[in-house]
Design a protein around this ligand. Structure first.
Ligand SMILES: Nc1ncnc2c1ncn2[C@@H]1O[C@H](COP(=O)(O)OP(=O)(O)O)[C@@H](O)[C@H]1O
Ligand SMILES: [Mg+2]
Length: 274
């Protein structure tokens, strides 16, 4: 399937609920069931995604931007245009091109002061880069700054991950409300419940769905707690290597189908280009 469309999907939620795990499992599903050109972006400065994917990262975009900032302060870069060119060049250098998908680690910018220029250029460059892929998956940080800074402004689908805690549920509601406040208009927002006790999923699903609907949020599906995920993480093995019949893998396959990531018609509808 070649969609020649771009879809940007971001994965948000409270810390530790499973954003990086869900991003990895969604990537696994897309690799297994589609021929999409894929870009995966680790937008969390903590950078856990490379470990879950087993990708060695030599330089993050943030490190490149920090160096640029040092050079701007030192006055060794004269014109604004050349600053932008250089940052763009470094972003492409930080891009890791794999056989099956490309990967970009945003990392963090260091030092004090305003990074407005650097941040603005980075957001612009991300827009340019994502246009080269059918689907971009963004693994976001736990905080809400990415919303208030409008890093998400070109995101089409916002996935909010929750676990069974009240804190995670409340965080999901806050994320949705903040997005509205700062006028980021996602085409779709879905909640993915993760790490639920496998034996109780059906029992919990109805109640959860109702509580989410009361907050004008929609449940995409529930991913069970799964020991094999913990095992793989412990051994440092890539979650992409989980077997096809793993219950968490199967749950994410179903979610991806439900939210339209595996079907061209649904995707086009989502993008309003049908
Ligand atoms: N469905 C699951 N079953 C078992 N362990 C999980 C599951 N989802 C996440 N975990 C574990 O929870 C921890 C936090 O997950 P992670 O994806 O890093 O969260 P986040 O990116 O939101 O901070 C990890 O150690 C991961 O192995
Ligand atoms: Mg994470």
């Amino acid at each position: 399937m070649n969609m020649r469309q771009k879809l940007v999907v971001s994965v948000s939620g409270k810390g530790g609920v499973g954003k990086t795990t869900i991003t990895t499992l969604l990537l696994r599903t897309l690799l297994t069931h589609t021929k999409h050109q894929l870009l995966v972006v680790d937008a969390d400065p903590v950078m856990n995604l490379p470990a879950m994917l087993n990708i060695p990262v030599e330089m993050s975009v943030g490190e490149a931007a920090t160096q640029l900032r040092v050079d701007i302060d030192a006055g060794t870069i004269p014109a604004a245009a050349s600053k932008q060119d250089r940052l763009e060049g470094e972003v492409y250098e930080a891009l890791i091109e794999g056989d099956r998908f490309d990967f970009l680690a945003m990392g963090r910018t260091e030092g004090e002061g305003c990074y407005c220029f650097v941040n603005r250029v980075l957001t612009q460059i991300l827009d340019t880069i994502t246009a080269n892929y059918d689907v971009t998956l963004l693994d976001m940080s736990a905080g809400l700054e990415h919303l208030s800074r409008r890093t998400d402004r070109n995101v089409d689908v916002l996935l909010i991950v929750i676990d069974s805690s009240k804190m995670a549920f409340d965080a999901a509601v806050r994320i949705k409300e903040l997005a509205k406040e700062v006028h980021i208009e996602f085409k779709r927002i879905w909640v993915i419940a993760n790490r639920f006790p496998p034996a109780k999923i059906e029992e919990l699903a109805k109640d959860l769905e109702k509580r989410l609907n009361n907050e004008e949020l929609e449940l995409a599906g529930i991913v069970p707690a799964n020991d094999q995920i913990a095992e793989f993480n412990l051994k440092g093995e890539s979650l992409l290597e989980l077997p096809n019949d793993n219950p968490a893998v199967l749950a994410v396959d179903k979610i991806a189908r439900r939210i339209g990531l595996l079907s061209e018609e649904l995707l086009l509808e989502l993008l309003g280009r049908s």
